[in-house]
Design a protein around this ligand. Structure first.
Ligand code: ADP
Ligand code: MG
Length: 587
């Protein structure tokens, strides 16, 4: 196997590589670095996102430039500000032992004077977005007439974004005899055209197939409300009994928390993140490799080193901040010719990120439903049936069989099957029998919610009030429990004698209407309506009854007869989220 050293990298570079914890070169690095180090050539390198292309051009460029000169020798064009900053910081790390190295990022939306100042100090390498770069060249703030190396990174994306003209313009200010290195995940016609126009007889390197993302990974998303992420995760795990997965969270804290909850709920889970010592991480990884852990909850950084094949599912418990990171995550599955699934748990507000990711990975997601309790019970039962079928009998059990047979002698085969399966069935059934539907329905709803209910929040009228023994706090609790809302998602709760008002954010309005359907309180049907009245100033949270004029006049009379006061028992509360029933530890 190739090592970074065998690729011809210098000691400075090797030291930085080892500091960063890179152990072996990736395929694109292995194929690209030696060529770029040894030859002055143009090059086209096609490899999917997350395969380490930055280092593939970064190391050779850093090694080839003269750090003791202040002339700009290398230019890297990249499509977005984020990538630009990312490449800059990677190059700074790679080149941290090169004294005097100055890598400067040039991108729109920031002070042009500041950037010009940095360039003036002498930047050997400039990493730029095409728009700003063109602008600065036009103003005479940057001189690229002496560059020797030019990288077109994510060329397909740059062209998608309409930078063809800018790139042409920029390159017209650069010397003809430079080396141009083009990196791209895909090779559409436009990229081929650019290669033809700006390059001479380029060496071509292709890693994997020419398409982005592994062909073997399918992408799914599940839309739930943000607070249902965890129960949704559990259901996904329960619906996939043989799951062997990496669960990605955004922060170390969430990573730890989710792993702890899973362990508490009887799953074979563990966390891996930067706050663990190297030793702890090694232990976790060892248990994962040997399948003692089925669900490894990880941060993006910690997951970089995970080189485990056979991962069946990648679960995005939260989407990454940088959507580009998604590719790295999903690439943890579908390796070594196996198929894999990358699942994303999203809330409505994150839906647009799915669209953005689709553009990057050039694949479409299918929207899937979080399975309900019944479906999970069914899956688990058939899983049990099949594992019984496939189990090789352990003969160590033989000695006990006569006795066991005596205990069970009165039962027929049918009865035995029923009993055995009941054991498994009951624990899931008991757990899931009162579980609610976690799916949040179509995004149109949200759109229509916005239209239907003008403003950001919706005010409701409800025909229960203080005569039912409800002060505003009681009512708020009741609503929250029933609709499953957070503390600050129900507000402006004003209780009168026979009726009350409250507000929720517009996107929750449909859920409120839904949740109150058929609900009884004190043996009376609860009536709930959207109120068109604006909230009036209520003295001291509805201590005063607003008879006569005031909010809710139009609803007068709907409040109907009240029933016996103080008959507000817990038992009246509608059933909420299923809890209890822990899972047995899996093996
Ligand atoms: P690409 O440009 O192909 O999308 P990047 O260059 O951004 O990929 O690299 C993806 C991630 O992998 C980066 O975080 C980078 O630091 C890391 N990385 C790159 N090469 C290696 C390696 N040989 N070993 C471990 N991690 C690497
Ligand atoms: Mg890149």
């Amino acid at each position: 196997m190739a090592t970074f050293k065998s690729l011809g990298l210098s000691a400075d570079m090797l030291q930085a590589i080892s500091d960063m914890g890179f152990e072996t070169p990736s395929e694109v690095q292995e194929k690209t670095i030696p060529i770029l180090l040894q030859q002055e050539t143009d090059l086209v390198s096609l490899a999917q996102t997350g395969t380490g292309k930055t280092a593939a051009f970064g190391f050779p460029m850093l090694q080839k430039i003269q750090v003791d000169s202040r002339t700009t020798q290398g230019l890297i064009l990249s499509p977005t500000r984020e990538l630009c900053l990312q490449i800059t910081s990677e190059l700074q790390q790679y080149g941290k032992y090169l004294d005097g190295l100055n890598v400067v990022a040039i991108y729109g939306g920031a002070s042009i004077t500041e950037q010009a100042k940095k360039i003036k100090k002498g930047a050997q390498i400039i990493v730029a977005t095409p728009g700003r770069m063109k602008d600065m060249i036009g103003r005479g703030l940057i001189d690229i007439s002496k560059i020797e190396y030019c990288v077109l990174d994510e060329a397909d994306e740059m062209l998608n974004m309409g930078f063809y003209e800018d790139i042409t313009e920029i390159l017209s200010h650069s010397p003809k005899d430079k080396s141009t290195w083009l990196f791209s995940a895909t090779m559409p016609k436009e990229v081929a055209r650019i290669a033809q126009k700006f390059m001479h007889d380029p060496v071509e390197i292709t890693v994997g197939s020419k398409n982005v993302g592994s062909e073997n990974v399918s992408h799914e998303y599940y839309m739930v409300s943000a607070r249902d992420r965890y129960p949704a995760l559990k259901r996904l795990a329960d619906a996939n009994p043989d799951i062997f997965s990496v669960v990605f969270c955004r922060t170390k804290r969430d990573t730890q928390k989710v792993a702890e909850k899973l362990i508490e709920d009887g799953y074979n889970a563990a966390a891996i993140h930067g706050d663990l010592s190297q030793n702890q991480r090694d232990i976790v990884m060892k248990s994962f490799r040997t399948r003692q852990i089925q669900m490894l909850v990880a941060t993006d950084v910690a997951a970089r080193g995970i080189d485990v094949d056979d991962i069946t599912h990648v679960i995005n418990y939260q989407l990454p901040d940088e959507i580009e990171t998604y590719t790295h995550r999903s690439g943890r599955t579908g390796r070594a010719g196996k198929t894999g699934v990358s699942m994303v748990i999203v809330s409505k507000s994150e839906l647009r990120k799915i669209k953005q990711i689709e553009k990057i990975i050039q694949k479409t997601f299918s929207q899937k439903q979080i399975p309900n309790g019944e479906e999970i019970c069914e899956i688990q039962l058939f899983h049990l049936a099949n594992s019984i079928k496939d189990t090789d009998v352990n003969h160590a059990i033989d000695a006990y069989i006569p006795q066991i047979e005596t205990v069970l002698k009165d039962f027929s085969k049918e009865e035995l099957i029923r009993k055995v399966f009941t054991v498994e069935f009951s624990r899931f059934h008991n757990y899931y029998k009162s579980a609610k539907d976690l799916n949040v329905t179509a995004s149109q709803k949200e759109v229509s919610a916005g239209k239907q209910y003008s403003g950001n929040s919706v005010r409701f009228f409800i025909n229960v009030g203080r005569k039912d023994g409800l002060e505003w706090m009681d009512l708020k609790d009741l609503i929250r429990e029933l609709v499953q809302l957070e503390k600050d998602e129900v507000f402006h709760v004003d209780t009168m004698d026979a009726f009350s008002f409250f507000n929720v954010d517009a996107p929750h309005a449909d859920k409120v209407l839904e949740a109150f359907k058929g609900v009884q309180f004190n043996n009376r049907k609860v009536e709930l309506e959207i109120s068109n009245e604006k909230r009036k100033k209520f003295g001291g949270k509805g201590k005063k009854s607003h008879r006569g004029k005031g909010g809710g006049k139009s609803h007068r009379g709907k409040g109907g007869q009240r029933s016996a006061k103080g008959n507000h028992r817990k038992g009246n509360r509608p059933e909420t989220k299923g809890t209890g029933g822990k899972r047995r530890r899996r093996r």
